[in-house]
Design a protein around this ligand. Sequence first.
Ligand code: DC
Length: 220
Amino acid sequence: MLNIAIDGPAGAGKSTAAKIIAEKLGILYLDTGAMYRAIGLKALRLGIDTRDAERIAAMLPDTAVTIKYIDGSQNIFLDGENVTPYIRENKVSMAASDVSAIPAVRVKLVELQRDIARNNDCILDGRDIGTYVLPSAEYKFYITATAEERAKRRHKELTDKGVDISYESVLKDIAERDKNDSTRAFAPLKKADDAFEFDTTTMSIDEVVKRLLARINCEL
Ligand code: DC
């Protein structure tokens, strides 16, 4: 199976680029962050402290996270409910980052990710795809951008959706997630030694896609 890994911090352009590439190549796009978001959402709904490793781990045996593709786009189901509309809220982003530091959560979700990658040609985006989930993926990318640029993009995305939030607060959340995600002990956000790295700060999404495709040796 063809597996393409794209890792990097929030707002680097991973998911937008990965979606376009999946469509161009006719392969599956797997947004692994959505899985961590679903677990974070469940903890929030149950009122469980998202950093309480013991209680979160105890919740897992009764937690079912599944992916379904509806009209070509990924939908995430939590205990049978399609929670896709609820996982993008800011508080869910932070909750996802918190629960993703808990090894039991990662073990459960990584198993599901590897299973999908084993059975499908796909492009996956996340934090640890190249280093931990699929260390032998054919193509590995690590994309970054300054925190300010990433916050600007995320702020625009949220305000376009009608969310009332300040740029400063988005920047603060991005910085906090960067720190959380890159300092956790188990499978932190990190460039794989053999990943191709580039900075997207001054690039348009078209340029990012072109750069990725050029590396995958594909005609535009
Ligand atoms: O990609 P995202 O912003 O939707 O991810 C939400 C959180 O989930 C992110 O802050 C860290 C965690 N995550 C992870 O630890 N590993 C992944 N492969 C994907 C996401």
